[in-house]
Write a protein that binds this ligand. Structure first.
Ligand SMILES: [Zn+2]
Length: 364
């Protein structure tokens, strides 16, 4: 486990009493604590809706040493085990996350690193086989505090092929009394053999009111707009707010794209810019087909864009999205995609004309 970070709190609290706790996890946590007995759980849901937080809270609850508290009311937040968990130094919990995610969580590089010694290249976005092997070794040793051992894997679909196969062997032939908690927003990307060996805990997009209340607690202004921008995923909305996206800028995006104003996305990492344009395109397509938009209010969108031009833009956005991690000339790529968006959003259905088909390939 890593050393304690900013939450080196001498009075750790129950996860459900944290000011930033996610209220929609309270009932799934209680239910899972009481009913789940499997040695491997797959906690999945659409996007990030608290899979990781639920897995950590479950491990905390099962490790909690407050024996006079019913299981469904744990973790207590006060016992020695809960304090160790809060300090991220519990000897019976191992959290396996890609190095890149560890950095974004603000966790120090520590014992459960998924990187080999001396690899200080770009942080990996994968969970590698060395990390899985270390987790398997951890799982086979005796529990230090006598309440079993827990391995949280997040996001489980980030295990590369070799890592996933090594992990599968452990699920097939469990050694010791360790329990595995896999978190995923894309369970279909897991090996079917891993999926089938896990009990599944499904989380849904939380109710808007609960999500908005949580965002308000975090100090997010205009939470309804950012929540819609994030497709209802509150953690995504919070992350966007933290990275500087404000509601007015989001609401203005479709209009600015329709005007060919690429400066609306200036400074955005390409994957996020492409995703934002995909949302503009998605909603314009919904309107063009008579459906309801999802990410923007209806009155912010082009009302009569050409379906064919939107579909062409959509295909190009999907193509770039696949390669968005590549070292593009980001500004040029965004300009090109916005220009195609301008064409698509401005093309009246009645006078459809061929989009100019700007090629990103020629602009790298
Ligand atoms: Zn406790």
């Amino acid at each position: 486990m890593t050393a304690p970070g900013s939450d080196d709190d001498s009075t750790p609290r129950d996860a459900s009493s944290e000011p930033t706790a996610m209220p929609w996890l309270v009932e799934p946590l209680r239910r899972a604590l009481v009913t789940q007995r499997a040695h491997a759980l797959l906690i999945h849901g659409p996007g990030n809706v608290g899979q990781f937080e639920l897995a950590l809270a479950l491990a905390k609850g099962w490790l909690c040493e407050q024996a006079d508290l019913p299981l469904g009311e744990r973790p207590c937040g006060r016992c020695p085990s809960c304090r160790l968990h809060a300090a991220r130094s519990h000897p019976d919990l191992l959290v396996l996350v890609p190095e890149a995610l560890r950095e974004s969580l603000g966790w120090e590089q520590g014992g459960e690193s998924d990187e080999g010694e001396g690899s200080r290249k770009k942080p990996s976005k994968e969970i590698r086989v060395e990390a899985v092997r270390a987790a398997i070794a951890f799982a086979t040793t005796t529990s230090a505090r006598g309440r079993g051992k827990f391995v949280v894997v997040h996001p489980a679909e980030r295990m590369n092929d070799v890592a996933a196969n090594a992990f599968l062997k452990t699920l097939e032939e469990p050694a010791g009394d360790a329990r595995f908690l896999l978190c995923s927003a894309a369970p279909d990307d897991l090996l079917p053999t891993i999926r089938s060996r896990c009990q599944q805990v499904a989380l849904a997009i939380p109710p808007h009111a609960a999500a908005e209340a949580w965002l308000v607690q975090l100090g997010v202004a205009e939470p309804a707009v950012l929540l819609a921008a994030a497709g209802g995923q509150p953690q995504e909305a919070a992350a966007r707010a933290a990275s500087g996206l404000d509601a007015a800028a989001w609401l203005a995006l479709p209009r600015r794209v329709a005007q060919g104003d690429a400066s609306a996305l200036q400074g955005w990492p390409l994957p996020l810019a492409v995703e934002a344009l995909q949302k503009v395109c998605h909603d314009a397509l919904c309107l063009a087909c008579g459906g309801a938009p999802r990410y923007f209010p209806r009155d912010r969108l082009a009302q009569d864009a050409s379906l064919a031009a939107l579909l062409r833009w959509s295909r190009e956005l999907a193509r770039v999205a696949v390669e968005a991690e590549h070292p593009w000339a980001v500004d040029l790529a965004i300009e090109s995609l916005v220009e195609q968006g301008r064409e698509a959003l401005k093309t009246p259905r009645s006078q459809h004309r061929e989009a100019r088909g700007l090629s990103l390939n020629s602009r790298r």
